[in-house]
Each structure stands twice: as C-alpha cells, then as structure tokens.
Design a protein around this ligand. Structure first.
Ligand SMILES: [Zn+2]
Ligand SMILES: [Zn+2]
Length: 297
C-alpha cells in the first residue's frame, strides 16, 4: 500500500487517489500498475481519477457502506484518447475485461468506469442500474464490437472462426424436443426412438440425411424447419438408426472444418469419412437411434 505522496507509474501519482475529505493517501500499487496497463493498451493521452481512496468515514457517508475504495483497492476514472476525447466507459470495460486483470469493473456513466483490484468473487457491474452484477460478456451487454475497440487499441481484429451448430430431434414419445447447441447437451430423451432430426449452423452450411431402421437412406436435406418435411429436417416419422452429416466450410474460415457427430454411444464420426473405425456415417444399422450429438471442429 502506498501512503505517501509520490509518483507511482509513468502517468499516475498517489496524490490523485487521496481521500477528498481528509486527504489521506492509501492506495494499492498493484491497482495503479493495472490502470497504467490500460492506459498504454488504449493509447490514452490522460486519465482523470474522480475517486480513489475514500477513508471508511467518508465512504460510509457517500455510499452507506465501506467498500473497495475504503480498502485502497478501487479507482473511478475516465481515460482520454490520443486526440483528447474521453473514451466511452463501455470501451474501457471491454478492453479491461479482455486483459483479465481486474477483480471488479463497472460502468458508472457513459465515460467513467470503476476498476478495482478485489480478490475473490468478481464484480461485473453497471452502476447506472445499481450495485449488482449485470454482465459476463461486456461486448454483448454493452453492444460493443471488436472493431470499435480496435480503434483505440490498434489491434487487428481476428475473424471469429468458431462455428456453432444447433439441432433438435423428434422422438416417438415426446415429439420435437428443445434445440441443443454444440455439445452443451445431447438431443434425445428417455431412450425414445428418434424419428426426425433438424440441424443448422451459424457459419457455412451443412447437408445431412437419415437412414431408416430396416429401410434405406432418405435424401439429403440442407434446411432447418420442422414444418418443411421436404428440406427442413431428416426423417419420415419412422425410427432412424444412422445419420450422415457433411459440413461445408465458408471461404472466410480456414483451415477447413468438419462435422463431428455421433449416434447413441458409438464412436465419433467426422463428415462422411471412412477408415480409422469410421463407416462414413454415425450409428449402427438395425439399432434404433435415441441420442444424437454434433459439433463443428
Ligand atoms: Zn477521509
Ligand atoms: Zn468506484
């Protein structure tokens, strides 16, 4: 803890953090080092601290409780960009969150942020709404794009090459079940025979088909619409035993990806590959499918 008036880092002096009511200085050097890291990350021209240390008496007067500011672990501040314009708090929060160095982060208003060095349970707040945790992903919560952030950090935005797959099955006993995303769960319920399967991806495209137990392969489908029995799902209301899926990787994504999927507890199948224990499809002819899982890898 720094308790004397001195320069701490290139852009921060301990007197900037002093308690406005008694002038006491008590600030965590580590917190200030992190504020300095944000400073260089966003190529700031200055940072104004509106509140650093608040002695217990003052913090209670202000908030009704003694919080992180009374422990010398917090700072409320606004950063300014290279042109001297205040940087929106939502940008600073996204940058700080990506850096992963603060225990507590909150939006105070459009420009001021609260950053703290607490240990233990994290604080991800929006104090325009109160003192609770309101977000886990600041980009989606504050509606910030990676491109907006890169204007300040000058870092190249890497394209998002993660592909999500969504799917659902119709079982004999329960009808269409809720949609499953990636391997968050499996599609199927209570070992009831699967009689329909619908799959979609959020990038690229897929084709898939089902094999009817004791019957033959149905045609490939590419859609995802349980009301479209022509191209919206695989299946014809009879028990399915095998499934084949093929993933088409879009031009923006390389290396190429594959559908990795399985029926029941049989081995994983990749696209329509054969060899290395793969048959070109998932499942075993003659054995009713009751579980299905897929991800794009
Ligand atoms: Zn004080
Ligand atoms: Zn604060």
């Amino acid at each position: 803890m720094i308790t004397t008036s001195k320069k701490i880092t290139e852009h921060f002096h301990s007197s900037e953090f002093k308690c406005p009511h008694c002038g006491g200085i008590y600030i965590d050097e580590n917190l200030v080092n992190k504020l300095e890291q944000v400073f260089s990350k966003v190529h700031a021209s200055k940072c104004i601290i509106s509140s650093g240390y608040r002695c217990k008496t003052y913090d209670i007067q202000q908030n009704g409780f003694a919080g992180r500011h009374s422990e010398g672990l917090a700072s409320d501040c606004v950063y300014y960009d290279e042109n001297g314009k205040a940087i929106p708090s939502k940008i600073i929060i996204c940058v700080a969150n990506d850096m992963g160095i603060f225990g507590g982060m909150a939006k105070i208003n459009d420009y001021y942020v609260h950053l703290d060095n607490r240990s233990g349970a994290k604080y991800r707040g929006d104090e325009t709404r109160g003192n609770a945790n309101y977000w886990t992903d600041p980009y989606s919560y504050f509606k910030v794009t990676k491109e907006e952030v890169s204007k300040y950090t000058h870092e190249e935005v890497k394209p998002d090459t993660n592909v999500n797959v969504f799917y659902k099955v119709k079982t004999k006993k329960h009808g269409w079940l809720p949609e499953v995303k990636n391997l968050n769960d499996y599609a199927g319920y209570e070992n009831s025979p699967i009689i329909g399967l619908a799959i979609r991806v959020d990038k690229g495209s897929i084709k898939y088909r089902a094999h009817i137990k004791g019957g033959s392969w149905l045609g490939f489908v590419t859609g995802y619409n349980i009301n479209d029995y022509i191209n919206g799902y695989a299946g014809n209301n009879q028990e399915i035993d095998c499934v084949e899926v093929y993933y088409f990787t879009p031009n923006g994504i390389r290396p190429y990806k594959k559908a990795k999927y399985k029926v029941n507890d049989y081995a994983w199948q990749y696209d329509n590959e054969k060899g290395n224990g793969q048959d070109g499809y998932a499942g075993a002819p003659g054995v009713t499918a009751t579980k299905f899982q897929i991800e794009i890898v």
